[in-house]
Design a binder for this molecule. Structure first.
Ligand code: ARG
Length: 464
């Protein structure tokens, strides 16, 4: 297919323009226009530094500054015409700048390359996502905290293998997620601290012979310092991978909470009622109320982790420094970020709106021999039985209750004594779920006083 005229940015050594297919595979403007604000911020910082250091004239700097402001306005108002022929956001902006201010625009790219430019833009964009993630995760934690506070002492079954294990409280279960999301928050701030260095001034790969001031541009863009190695600066995308990694872990946490909400909202469990605002109906079954939001959040991990794998695979095996492969870094990150924020917002809304049902929680907590461990512990404490033997005796009592189709506290004393003669009336005091809960006073345990202690600790941290 006949190509177009050669590129106006680098067409000097080219007699012919690219084939149409070449333009399509090469162009990133379709997606990297999302970096427009960051690209222009980077250019403003660079132009100012060029002006201050005398690398370009004050007058050229002023023209560039005003021109870039106009370009930004055009992009924000939607009047800017993006061109695929100009490949990417960097060249689209620069060409428009030249239309607006003339030849001075050609001086903006002094001591800079698209390699350090794109690395800078992308870092700025990812940094904005990290900041947004911090508030989105905090909002979800606050919603969970509110639920925890409401039902700090509501008894519910705690599960292992999704089988009733020991009674816990609703507040304790909610606070488990607060802990999980708090570690996601920690990963956000760790990643931000590590990534907040400026690639600008690394130029194509080796730095520049112009007397640039990298500290000045770093500071203007809110970076802590310039990247110390120009090859690394243009070539690594680990900051984007860390974002995808922490997003994957956060999405995994969201997925687990979603799964619980799906199970808990069934007619069989009835632990929670989800609000109409976060549910849908069925077109054929009038009785249905489906937890679609929870299901979709449960699924988001697929594309978010997919993005992580995609970018890791793009980056593996790339020799230093920049290769065009790295243009494939953006779409997975954009998609993962969009979906992470959607999932966090939907989960926050769903958690805020949902109603836990304490009666069903309590009723379920009393089934499935949930206080068997308490019985074994009682034998150890009161009768001096070794825990292994107590475990065995309790197992036999559970089998007996199962045979009689009743719960442990429905067994008569003589039933119990048929298994172990030492057992007396005192045992019944540990067989209620309330006593079981109240006894779990170890640090981090499910006793309401421990749960309230954690709730208060988190309230001080979160609700400033
Ligand atoms: N659009 C490119 C990207 O996203 C910008 C950098 C191009 N650099 C180059 N040497 N061709 O990676």
């Amino acid at each position: 297919m006949p190509g177009q005229k050669s590129n106006e940015m680098w067409g000097g050594r080219f007699a012919e323009g690219p084939d149409c297919i070449m333009s399509s595979i090469n162009a990133s403007i379709g997606f990297d226009q999302r970096l427009a604000a960051q690209d222009i911020a980077g250019s403003q910082a660079h132009a100012q530094m060029l002006g201050v250091t005398g690398i370009i004239s004050r007058a050229d700097f002023e023209d560039i500054k005003v021109g870039l402001e106009t370009v930004l306005k055009e992009i924000q108002s939607g009047t800017f015409v993006f061109s695929e022929g100009l490949e990417d956001i960097h060249m689209n902006v620069e060409v428009r700048l030249r239309e607006l201010i003339g030849p001075a625009a050609g001086r903006l790219h002094t001591a800079r390359s698209r390699n350090d430019q794109v690395a800078t833009d992308f870092r700025l964009w990812v940094r904005d996502q990290l900041d947004a993630a911090e508030s989105a995760i905090s909002a979800l934690m606050e919603a969970l905290l509110e639920q925890a506070e409401k039902g700090a002492a509501w008894v519910m079954p705690g599960f292992t293998h999704l089988q009733s294990a020991q009674p816990v409280t609703w507040g304790h279960h909610m606070m488990a997620y607060v802990e999980m999301f708090s570690r996601d928050l920690g990963r956000v701030s760790d990643a931000r601290r590590r990534m907040n260095e400026s690639p600008l001034g690394a130029a194509a790969l080796a730095g520049t012979s112009f007397p640039i001031d990298r500290d000045m541009t770093a500071e203007a863009l809110g970076f802590d310092r310039p990247c110390a190695n120009s090859l690394d600066a243009v070539s690594d995308r680990d900051f984007a991978l860390e974002f995808l990694g922490l997003s994957s872990i956060c999405a995994m946490h969201l997925s687990r909470l979603s799964e619980e909400l799906v199970i808990w909202s069934t007619a069989q469990f009835r632990f929670v009622r989800l609000s109409d605002r976060f549910s849908t109906g069925s077109s054929i079954m009038p009785q249905k109320k489906n937890p679609d939001a929870a299901e979709l959040i449960r699924a988001k991990i697929g594309r978010i982790m997919g993005a992580n794998v995609a970018l890791m695979t793009v980056m593996k095996g790339l020799a230093l420094t920049y290769s065009k492969d790295m243009q494939e870094d953006k779409e997975p990150v954009f998609d993962a970020a969009d979906n992470l924020f959607l999932a966090l917002a939907a989960m926050t809304g769903m958690v805020k709106d949902m109603t836990a049902l304490p009666e069903t929680l309590r009723a379920a907590a009393g089934t499935g021999f949930a206080t068997a461990t308490d019985l074994a512990d009682w034998l150890v404490r009161e009768k001096g039985t070794a825990f292994r033997d107590a475990h065995h005796i309790t197992g036999a009592l559970v089998a007996l209750a199962e045979e009689k189709d009743c719960e442990l506290n429905d067994l008569t004393l003589s039933d119990m004594q048929s298994i172990d003669k030492q057992i007396d009336e005192g045992v019944y005091s540990v067989l209620t779920v309330e006593n079981s809960i109240a006894s779990r006073t170890s640090y981090g345990g499910t006793a309401p006083e421990q749960v309230r202690f954690q709730i208060n600790r988190w309230k001080k941290i979160l609700v400033k």
